[in-house]
Design a protein around this ligand. Structure first.
Ligand code: ARG
Length: 569
């Protein structure tokens, strides 16, 4: 599609003799459409050109040569140059692109670049909770969007399948395994054991020591411990898969923490050689005070077992070699900020290329609290995600029963709406914000929600169905879409790819979810302002086509977020 921004930047570059790319990065999209489609702030050039911004603006306006069939008007307002794109040209560009691109907005923008995304990563033998949901949903959306922009993406589920907690579970299982029906209901039963053993550990230092020993034995390959561990892992994965099936999640690698057990000695060896790995109370640590991090990174505990951090360091080494990544994203709650600061800092000692350590990024997100408060496995106060999703589906079903009892495939629709509502909720605000989970808000069809976006899509479908035909692009007269509300939609659709790029620049899928809300609202306005099915065939063709375009973009965008669209609801 024509890149208007680039055309404008090029034309300005010819006047002021400054790099086109740099100029392009200054161009803004005015909030108020009255100020044009693009604005160039001349303040940025004042220093270099030693002139007042309004003067620069006037100068450029006088000298600029720009195709009038593309930019119909250039205006100076204060230190700004405002550019008005020829509206009919914009409509034509957008609708022709909709017509020819099976997958609108898909591109080769990121071709040749590898993006590793570490997301979801629940802990074996513990419930898959609402924090892992956020990671799964945010990571999944980023995965889809990067891929759509032509990047090669690698999704990794860095399962928490190793660590001291397994020493505890093994001990609990040894003591009381027979009392629990683990095959039947693995996570719940293992959680009970975990809570019980933790209680005992609090009271009895010897048991705690035994638990630590068990993990050491596991690391050393003890056959009894390994056997139990494997059993826990397999049973847990089967449970997690139920959630992934509901969400439609996909991973390219399931290498969890245990995968790195034989890869840690190399890390320790490299760190030893730097001379920075020092003894402290029997443990081996790296002091990071001079890097502004007050807590040292523990590489080996006093009993010789490794840590979560050591495994992440081994994973970095492995991922640089295996995936040659441009970025490695860790979609993990902000509670682990210190952990990633430490690990990223220590990774600089691993003798890997700087391009890799620069590519490491903690994509942090806020906590989710339920009306009942925050959750922790140790206290046993937790909501299981599978139950939460099923509850959402059943609430969606109730709403459908009430509003549209005649609907076909009610269960299928309820699943799309219920799951979509939960996913959209997780993506609708900037990820760093804490979030309170509130059923009434999530499933509100009029609010800024997943169901609202789905409902708007369904409306576009029903308009097309009522029309009973689909005009070809040749039958569309582009000058029939110059009214305010049509223009709004066209502009939004034109911006779709740019929105996706913004998501990847900030690792922020909420930019796309906000966009979908904007587009849905723009369609509602268009629908209220205009009769779509009318006498005048030319106007009708144009409006039907625009309706189709909106539906197409809503569906594509939702899919990228991991949300399926129902055809009716
Ligand atoms: N399993 C961890 C948890 O539940 C998250 C792991 C995140 N990924 C990583 N490479 N550390 O808290």
């Amino acid at each position: 599609m024509i890149d208007f921004k680039q055309i404008i930047a090029k034309a300005i570059a010819e006047v002021v003799n400054i790099d086109e790319k740099e100029l392009e990065s200054y161009i803004e999209i005015p909030k108020d459409a009255n100020n044009g489609d693009y604005a160039f702030p001349c303040f940025r050039l004042a220093k270099e050109l030693r002139k007042a911004p309004p003067m620069i603006a006037n100068d450029i306006k006088e000298k600029i040569q720009i195709d009038e069939t593309i930019v119909e008007k250039v205006e100076v307002v204060g230190g700004y140059l405002n550019f008005y794109i020829h509206q009919e040209e914009m409509v034509e560009e957008v609708l022709k692109e909709i017509d020819t691109q099976e997958e609108y907005g898909k591109s080769e923008f990121g071709k040749g670049k590898n993006i590793v995304i570490d997301y979801s990563a629940p802990n074996i033998a513990k419930p898959f909770h609402i924090g892992h949901l956020r990671s799964t949903v945010i990571g999944g959306a980023l995965y889809n969007i990067y891929q759509y922009l032509g990047y090669h993406t690698i999704g990794i589920n860095h399962l928490g399948d190793y660590g001291t907690q397994f020493g505890k579970l093994i001990e609990g299982y040894k003591l009381w395994g027979k009392e629990y029906n683990i095959e039947e209901d693995p996570i719940n039963e293992l959680t009970k054991i975990y809570i019980r053993i933790n209680q005992v550990c609090k009271e009895d230092e010897n048991v705690l020591e035994q638990c630590r020993m068990n993990f050491k034995l596991l690391e050393d390959g003890d056959s009894y411990c390994t056997e139990i561990w494997e059993k826990f892992r397999a049973l847990s994965l089967k449970e997690f898969q139920k959630v992934y099936d509901l969400l439609g999640s996909h991973f390219d690698s399931w290498n969890g923490e245990a995968f790195y057990s034989d890869k840690m000695p190399e890390v320790i060896e490299i760190l030893e050689k730097t001379g920075k790995l020092v003894e402290s109370q029997g443990a081996k640590i790296i002091d990071l005070k001079d890097k502004g991090i007050n807590t040292p990174c523990i590489i080996k505990k006093s009993n010789g077992s490794t840590t979560y951090a050591t495994r992440d360091l081994a994973a970095i080494l492995y991922r640089t070699r295996t995936y040659d990544f441009d970025k490695a994203l860790y979609v993990v709650s902000y509670e682990q900020t210190l952990h990633f600061k430490q690990v990223f800092e220590v990774s600089k000692l691993l003798r890997i290329d700087e391009k890799y350590t620069n590519g490491l990024k903690h994509v942090q997100f806020g906590m989710v609290s339920l009306p009942t408060g925050k959750m922790s496995t140790r206290e046993g106060n937790i909501v299981k995600l599978e139950e939460l999703l099923n509850e959402s589906i059943s609430r969606a079903k109730d709403i459908i029963e009430e509003k549209n009892p005649e609907l076909e495939d009610k269960d299928e629709v309820a699943k799309k709406v219920g799951v979509g509502a939960v996913i959209f909720n997780d993506l609708s605000n900037s990820r760093i914000k804490d979030e309170v989970f509130d059923w009434n808000q999530i499933l509100n069809f009029q609010g800024e929600t997943g169901p609202y976006v789905q409902y708007t899509y369904v409306r576009t479908k029903s308009v097309l169905e009522k029309a009973g035909y689909m005009p070809t692009i040749e039958e569309v007269k582009f000058d029939k879409l110059l009214d305010e509300s049509s223009k709004n939609i066209i502009k939004l659709i034109y911006n779709f790819e740019n929105i996706l790029i913004q998501v990847t620049e900030k690792e922020e899928p909420s930019i796309l979810s906000r966009y979908l809300i904007d587009l849905a609202k723009a369609f509602s306005n268009f629908y209220n302002d205009n009769k779509i099915l009318i006498e005048d065939k030319d106007i009708q063709n144009a409006r039907v086509y625009l309706t189709y375009a909106v539906g197409k973009v809503l569906k594509t965008g939702a899919k990228l977020l991991g949300i399926e669209m129902p055809n009716k609801m």
